[in-house]
Design a protein. Sequence first.
Length: 132
Amino acid sequence: MKKVLIGFVFVFIAMILASIIIDGIILGPTYESLKNVWRPDISSNMWLLYIVMLVGSFFFSFVFAKGYENKGILEGLRYGLYIGIWMSVSMAYGIYAMIDIPYTLALQWLIFGIIKYVLCGVVLAIVFAKVK
């Protein structure tokens, strides 16, 4: 459980940093140009996204631990890729199906989402290899 908890903390930090870079810097101008499709009070609900990242980071780490085989960074990369495809396809295209956003945004969410989960998988592999 020690590896899961330490991994969870590192994944949560990686998720926040990746979200700042992806959503704040890279996609920020796109979000601003589409402000008519978002909730007018979106800033007041941002705490919910942190709760989602917190819970997601824990279960991302917990599930990794259940199948952990100590095979190095490639194990984390593969895990992150699998989870990234699963989560990003459902999030990006689920929202695209419900909200009038450009297809390019959905595609960017897919690609950046996969990258984010791969990064987190690699972080977990490194943490699990280092923590005894």
